[in-house]
Design a protein around this ligand. Sequence first.
Ligand SMILES: [Zn+2]
Length: 348
Amino acid sequence: MIPVFDGHNDTVLQHLDDPARDFFARHDDGHLDAVRAAEGGLVGGFFAVYTRSPAVGARYQDAIEAAGLSKPTPLGAIDPTDAVRNTNAAVATILGWAADPEGRFRVARSVAELEAAMADGVMAGVLHFEGAEAIGPDLAALDVYHAAGLRSLGPVWSRPNLFAEGVPFAYPSSPDTGPGLTAHGRALVRRCNELRIMIDLSHINERGFWDVAALSDAPLVATHSNAHAICPSARNLTDEQLAAVRASQGVVGLNFAVAFLAPDGRFDRAMPLEVMVRHVDHLVDKLGIDGVALGSDFDGAGIPDAIGDVTGVQRLLEALREAGYDQEALEKIAYRNWLRVLRLTWGG
Ligand SMILES: [Zn+2]
């Protein structure tokens, strides 16, 4: 079994909904817990801290599925007070896992810590914020969260905030859907560079992407996005964006969400693995084999039944092997490329 380090999950949301839920127990619902992660070979990943838009309810994917993907509800900015409260609860939940008396989970703040956790057989999470609404214009909270372990941040989710504007989940649509970084957004990018916090571009609109590309001194990274050339969702990356990621030695994590995989934009979980292989082929063509990784979106999106949950992730690697990827290429996609870009971004 090839170890997998994954670019994105929303698992902490389930624990905010149900504080009694045990991360270290096996569950039948959701996509990811510590037991099923071990069964699937998942050794770690980025754990997202995200505050829902109140208009959307529990599951945005379910909402857009019901509404029809081509006409997503435009989402407004959320109340920063709600974001602070939710963010602190989510960070505390993840730190709680890391305080497990049996030592079954660690928050990794460096590549050395990631590698040590892998060597020790302990699951490692990177603390990631999906949207920076909990951070005010003085950026003081960024320093506080960095001290708490924050090492990856997407300035926006798919809505506007103080810093930038996110892409709606529109299909078919260009990702060029609005204005780029604000002055606060530029300050946020500079401070992330100083603190060596990875900047995630998965939910930012195209102008924001290019603003970050012009400003940031770190590799360009989209933790959970796919190829716009295959599935023309606003959430996916155009070939021009992929070329910029490649030029920066960055990485794109393949998103397992059927909404961002399906060429026809239909929300159908009965999708063959071949569609995921097509996206990987395209991403490898545009990024090179060192630029493609995994970013499942477990517990945040509807994923193909052929994967099911984290226990099915090896089936994707097997499909890629059958499509011609050798052991070295599979290991790069499964975890080595994340370690490479994190080493470049974080140092050490
Ligand atoms: Zn996301």
